[in-house]
Design a protein around this ligand. Structure first.
Ligand code: DWN
Length: 407
């Protein structure tokens, strides 16, 4: 019997995305024979309400010193975190004076660099040393490693309790979520907030954005599941904010009972989630059928373009597109190259299907006829950068929420 990795309740298998390599496992040609593969299947528990991976590769395989993703590669995301930091500081909800901000998975310091530059007490916990070094160079106080109850206790004894524990696109990566519960409970001040944001299960289901499912995303949360999960350590869900980032995310605010009244956004979102069926296995069985259809449609569209002699590339060597390419069987015969601005990915090949990753500087005349938006979540930013592409007859293609050319 499959079990929920959080509360041990029965897990029903609802989606099978086949054999997959690591989402961020961009590799050199010489490593083609050494790739790690695992079975990407998802389950749902009607008890914990958690949508989750059945098996997840070892954390050390995914988050290591050479982890390739840097948050600051998107200008829009940098601006997002700068604004959020200003809101935290000036909004009055979070106590900053005499407080402590702790960020789980601070990546390259895209958020905490603002604390560093304003002299606000903070700690960033980051297991991937390469990106952690980038943050350190920006003045961020980085603790190397994973956030565990032991790390929480040591932060508390060195710096006191946290008035804000923040995590962006991190919580959904953590398989041993119970260790986070223990750590948060140990570290959060009585008047503190745990705030985190992650890709939102409601968007994934509604937009059939199944590419949010890969090795690193062990959970896709809803307000329903977050409320149930953190109730286990007595935290209350007091606010939720739906965000456009990463193709649809949710920010969750949690606090100790009696600290603050839950805002109407919580009841409203919970009601919407029941209406959408995020509490029911049947919803995810239907979702799986939509996923199969979406992948089939994308491959058929690319085959059609290629059989008409058109050149197709992709933009954005994302972890997300690893799922799409490997599930739908899309390799270099359908997509000749992927453009990207991340230095450490350029010159490598995409995981599993081995499409070459080339510098975004090379995205120029003669342009590919069609460009698949591997980073569809950044489509506004990318399309804005290349207004001449469409003027030259190029077309952007996406698979979200259905396969279509983007106007
Ligand atoms: O949760 C996660 C999210 C936040 O980031 C991680 N598990 C891993 C990663 O997922 P992803 O790779 O799917 O993220 P992005 O943000 O969709 O990746 C965008 C890619 O596109 C990056 O490789 C950078 C590239 N890019 C580019 O070349 N030019 C992005 C923009 C905006 C651009 O203008």
């Amino acid at each position: 019997m499959l079990k929920c990795r959080s509360d041990g309740s029965t897990l029903t298998k609802v989606l099978d995305l086949g054999s997959q390599p690591l989402g961020n496992g961009f590799l050199a040609q010489s490593d083609f024979g050494n790739e790690f593969w695992y079975s990407l299947t998802c389950g749902f528990s009607e008890s914990s309400l958690l949508f989750q991976l059945v098996d997840q590769p070892d954390a050390g395989l995914m988050f290591h010193d050479n982890y390739k993703f840097q948050s600051s590669t998107s200008q829009a995301m940098s601006t997002h975190f700068e604004r959020l930091f200003d809101d935290f500081v000036s909004g009055g909800r979070v106590r900053v004076d005499g407080g402590l901000i702790v960020e789980l998975g601070c990546n390259d310091g895209v958020f905490l660099r603002h604390a560093a530059s304003q002299g606000i007490r903070h700690v960033g916990v980051e297991p991937s040393r390469g990106v952690g070094e980038v943050a350190r160079d920006l003045g961020v106080n980085v603790l190397d490693g994973f956030f565990t109850p032991e790390v929480a206790h040591s932060i508390q004894s060195d710096s006191g309790k946290a008035t804000l524990i923040y995590a962006a696109n991190v919580m959904c990566h953590i398989s041993d979520i119970d260790s986070i519960l223990g750590g948060v409970d140990a570290l959060l001040a009585d008047d503190g907030f745990l705030v985190f944001e992650d890709p939102y299960l409601g968007d994934v289901v509604q937009k059939v954005s199944y590419d949010q499912i890969y090795d690193e995303h062990v959970f896709l949360f809803s307000a329903l599941s977050v409320q149930r999960l953190f109730n286990r350590i007595g935290l209350e869900l007091v606010d939720v904010e739906h965000l456009d980032t990463h193709g649809g995310s949710m920010r969750y605010w949690l606090a100790r009972p009696g600290h603050t009244q839950p805002l109407p956004s919580v009841a409203k979102t919970l009601k919407q989630e029941y209406e959408l069926g995020l509490h029911s296995t049947e919803t995810f069985v239907n979702f799986a059928a939509n996923v199969a259809q979406s992948a089939e449609m994308l491959r058929a569209t690319l085959e059609d373009l290629r059989s008409n002699g058109l050149r197709v590339s992709a933009f954005g060597a994302t972890s997300k597109s690893t799922t799409v390419y490997n599930y739908a069987g899309i390799g270099p015969t359908l997509i000749e190259s992927v453009f990207d601005n991340t230095e450490s990915k350029i010159g490598l090949y995409t995981p599993g299907v081995h499409i070459p990753v080339v510098s975004d500087i090379e995205f120029k005349v003669p342009y590919p006829d069609t460009t698949f938006l591997g980073a569809w979540n950044h489509s506004v930013e990318i399309q804005r950068k290349y207004p001449e592409y469409e003027l030259q007859g190029g077309r952007w293609l996406t698979h979200v929420p259905d396969v279509h050319f983007v106007p």
